[in-house]
Design a protein around this ligand. Structure first.
Ligand SMILES: Cc1cc2nc3c(=O)[nH]c(=O)nc-3n(C[C@H](O)[C@H](O)[C@H](O)COP(=O)(O)OP(=O)(O)OC[C@H]3O[C@@H](n4cnc5c(N)ncnc54)[C@H](O)[C@@H]3O)c2cc1C
Length: 398
């Protein structure tokens, strides 16, 4: 989330270490070229596996070109790692992706539809009070606010973008509760089997499931995935991830709270508390916890939600002199590591050759889209959308 622009700005200021550079180049070079209209040389049918950002955008494009397609989604909802809760507070809360990690104009590019009047409430997100918990002391690091700038939605969410602009045109093409368990690409047509035994056939398959689903061999491929793909899968990780939102009767926390050495905190990502109501039209005090990476296991691996919230309140009490337990009202936990059909946060690569290998289609039949395959904006919603544009263009051009 916030790390990316912090790092970009640190680099601009010359304050970044060389270690940061690789992280930065992996994340957030903004923008990509969407295709213009072109001659379509494909009139077969397509099965899209997964109704997250990539699957929905792929369906949106195929629909525009009147291609016969279906989206098979394992869970009972669309969105994947884009998910919201309406009734926790007086503003909708993103339980997964929350920030727009590039210019908000990306929303219009993702929609790519001049006929639709896109209305978004994207704002500049520039937290002013940035504190650091280090060596058992709370330190002000507000100086970072002067070169901190991200974007987010004011009173809507990433989920609302899909719900309002992408899903209505394709909702009748989404088949829910249909986890795909086998993909047989031995013959001319690809045969896709769901857990209930139903087999569907397609000329092309766009696979958008999270990396963990492939790593855990949830889907049986016939023939098996090429060995270079399985080797590449072993070189990438999708570590733990959790978001927690807690309502307090008082606001006792800064806009952002980081931990340890500030440069390391930004470089390693990991754990940030933030005022989730900051710049929202809200009278409520909602503190968010974002924790992705190895350190998130301290929460995600706990057995019950009570243990998770007790641990968090205990930590906040230590930092803020007991204020957390004194003013606690309620909470919501989204443990992405334990979310069925997701099982983690987002892709982390040490070796970007692995990304290229993983993104390659197989036999012009199985195409891969999703955040993990974006070379420019990996680990983001718009990066997932970008890959959907790439693979549908390949399919449509024939
Ligand atoms: C905690 C957290 C915070 C984040 N914050 C941000 C942020 O602020 N900004 C941002 O841009 N990005 C953020 N991201 C990343 C962003 O959410 C993802 O990059 C993006 O949503 C991934 O989209 P996707 O389509 O690649 O995958 P997913 O959204 O995971 O979609 C894949 C879909 O496939 C389905 N599926 C799985 N297995 C099967 C199967 N066998 N058969 C059928 N369907 C299956 C899943 O149910 C899911 O719906 C965050 C992610 C996390 C976890």
């Amino acid at each position: 989330m916030t790390r990316k622009n912090f790092i970009k700005n640190l680099i601009t200021l010359g304050a970044a270490t060389p270690l940061m550079t690789s992280l930065f180049t992996s994340c957030n070079r903004s923008g990509f070229d969407f295709f213009e209209d072109f001659e379509v040389n494909f009139n077969g049918n397509v099965l899209i596996i997964g109704a997250g950002a990539a699957g929905l955008i792929a369906g949106h494009i195929l629909n525009r070109y009147n291609i016969d397609f279906q989206i098979l989604e394992a869970s009972s909802v669309f969105g994947g790692r884009v998910k919201k809760i309406e009734d926790f507070s007086d503003f909708p809360i993103d339980l997964g992706a929350e920030w727009i990690h590039t210019e908000p104009s990306i929303l219009g590019k993702l929609l790519n539809d001049p006929q639709t009047d896109l209305k978004t409430d994207a704002i500049v997100y520039n937290p002013q009070t940035i504190h650091l918990w280090k060596n058992n002391k709370l330190k002000k690091r507000n100086i970072f606010s002067s070169f901190y700038s991200e974007h987010k939605f004011k009173n809507s969410t990433w989920y609302d973008f899909f719900d309002q602009y992408i899903v209505p045109g394709i909702s009748d093409k989404i088949v829910y509760n249909s986890p795909v368990t086998e993909i047989d690409y031995n013959s001319n047509k690809v045969k896709v089997q769901s857990q209930d035994g139903e087999i569907r056939e397609a000329d092309k398959v766009i696979l958008t499931v999270p990396l963990t689903i492939l790593q855990n061999n949830f889907i049986n491929f016939l023939p098996a995935l090429p060995s270079e793909k399985t080797e590449a899968l072993n070189q990438v990780s999708m570590p733990d991830g959790i978001k927690v939102f807690i309502e307090f009767s008082e606001r006792f926390y800064p806009d952002i709270l980081l931990f340890g050495n500030i440069i390391e905190a930004l470089r390693d990502e990991s754990k940030i508390f933030y005022d989730a109501a900051f710049q929202k039209d809200s009278d409520r005090n909602i503190l968010g916890l974002f924790n992705v990476g190895d350190s998130a296991a301290a929460y995600t691996s706990l057995n019950t939600e009570q243990e998770i919230i007790d641990k968090i309140i205990g930590e906040l009490d230590e930092i803020f002199d007991g204020k957390a337990s004194q003013t606690y009202q309620k909470h919501i936990i989204q443990n992405w590591s334990k979310e069925p059909f997701i099982s983690g946060s987002y892709s982390h690569y040490d070796d970007y050759d692995a990304l290229e290998t993983l993104a390659q289609s197989i036999n012009d039949k199985i195409y891969f889209a999703g955040e993990a395959y974006s070379s420019d904006s990996q680990a983001t919603v718009h990066g997932a959308g970008e890959t959907a544009y790439k693979v549908t263009e390949q399919i449509l051009k024939g």
